[in-house]
Design a protein around this ligand. Structure first.
Ligand SMILES: [Zn+2]
Length: 280
């Protein structure tokens, strides 16, 4: 089972998994030529690359925080076939292995509301899956999910967020916000306007959940942004702002979709920018 834990100061951070989805390799790597990206992620016969869905459990100060809830699982056969969904494990299996039930989660952080990140937000009855939790989302993202542009509509499934918005379950934040001592959300626009990352700082150590600003380790070079990104130039600008800071700080990086590696650190690339080196 995919279950990788480490400590960050006083916190324990565990990479969980909700299985795989498969997306077009060309769309995942934007303007990067196939003869380069296919060496990093081998495509299947449909030109798709396998991506893991990696929610994070952060245990800090007696609280259980779940960053992202996993992959939508009520899309039916056609949906599952299009996205090559494979569930070798689920976020619930991972929590159970950690001795936790969904009702033990105190705080859910939705980096954004796309179906491969917030897919387990609700039950089939439209109730919050994590019944005691506050769900933290950026105001911009909730607005854009409720009023999607046609370019982004396929990523937003109303059952994932509408019932929570109606029930007042969301804790809506604008910009950077500290949720617990040492645990903050940070706007990381570009993939869309309202995406947020998560930054954990404890006893001199730092961990960053990049959300789709850097979906896999192979996406570390500045221009390796996705065709899916709504604002690709903004992505590059935001990367150029934060990657040097995170590298300097020695931050542990947790990408949300790497198929093999849960945690990495940036290392300067002699040719410029950074490469992401696996920690495990
Ligand atoms: Zn994603």
């Amino acid at each position: 089972m995919w279950l990788h834990s480490l400590t960050v100061g006083e916190a324990r951070v565990t990479s969980l998994s909700d299985g795989f989805l498969r997306l077009d390799g060309g769309a995942m790597f934007g303007v990067v030529p196939k003869n380069l990206w296919s060496k990093l992620h081998a495509p299947d016969e449909q030109n798709r690359v396998a991506l893991r869905i990696n929610p994070l459990l952060i245990q800090l100060g007696g609280k259980n925080v779940l960053v992202e809830t996993g992959m939508w699982d009520r899309g039916g056969e056609k949906f599952e076939a299009i996205y090559g969904v494979e569930r070798d494990t689920t976020v619930f299996d991972g929590l159970r292995a950690m001795g936790l039930a969904p009702s033990d989660i105190d705080l859910v952080i939705n980096t954004h509301l796309h179906f491969d990140h917030a897919g387990r937000n609700t039950t089939a009855l439209g109730r919050p899956t994590f019944e005691r939790a506050r769900y933290v989302v950026q105001a911009q993202e909730l607005h854009d999910a409720l009023h999607p542009h046609d370019r982004a509509r396929a990523s937003y499934i109303p059952e994932i967020f509408e019932p929570l918005a109606e029930a007042g379950v969301f804790e809506i934040v604008e910009g950077e916000a500290e949720l617990l001592a040492g645990l903050s959300v940070l706007p990381l626009p570009g993939h869309n306007l309202g995406q947020q990352g998560v930054v954990l700082r404890s006893e001199g150590q730092t961990l960053v959940c990049t959300a789709d600003l850097m979906p896999t380790l192979a996406h570390a070079p500045y221009p390796y942004v996705m065709g899916y990104d709504l604002y690709p130039v903004t992505c590059v600008d935001v990367r150029q702002t934060y990657f040097p800071r995170w590298a300097e700080e020695g931050a542990i990086i947790a990408p949300p979709h790497d198929p093999r590696i849960p945690f990495a650190k940036f290392e300067a690339n002699p040719k410029g920018g950074y490469v992401a080196r696996p920690l495990h």
